[in-house]
Design a protein around this ligand. Sequence first.
Ligand SMILES: [Zn+2]
Length: 228
Amino acid sequence: MRVSMEDHVGKSESDAILGLMELKRDPLFRRIPEERRGYYVERSLAFGREAAAERAGRPIGEWLEREGISVRIDDSSGSMFGTALRAQIDWTAAVPRITVYRESMRQLAEAASVFPEMFGTLTPERAADIHLAHEYYHWLEYRSGTFTKDRLDPVETRLGPLRRRSAVRQCGEVAAHAFARDLTGLPHLPNLLDYLYLMHAGELKKENFDEEMEKCRKALGVGGRHMV
Ligand SMILES: [Zn+2]
């Protein structure tokens, strides 16, 4: 089985598509008007890229050390209710701490090795760096007091006669992916790794993945209309 983003789009466009796939996971996604989806994806990607550009040239480990963030590698499976945990950050303690699940990193590396055209050789250590960078972005959001979702327009939701404006949380994930991608020099947004993992594990069919990618490509007007 061969998967290539180039089957679908050029590399520069893969970010927008994978960004939209992440945005789709937001519970409010259906509340976002179609023509506004590109705005949330592109702005979130830009926030992540900007933050990475400010920190280019140093490995993630150095940034964590500078900020006094501790790292713990957890040897438990990290699976909870059938969902594998990859990494998480706890900033409530005196010393903020990122936990990375070793088995999960091994699985991602294994899945990536089945699709070498996507990420090349990806060691578990590199998978861990990607996740450390992702969590570090959330730390930067937390420390600055402004989360990505709050830097973007809220969407209007209605419950009967009640109207409220809610932030689109998943934007923080899109930005964190873009940050991790740029800081660690990946060819694609790292959420693609999760899809490779699911395909390798037989939990996602390649046809369905391709279909979803194609839907996102069309929705964004990649290759046709201008994106935002
Ligand atoms: Zn995250």
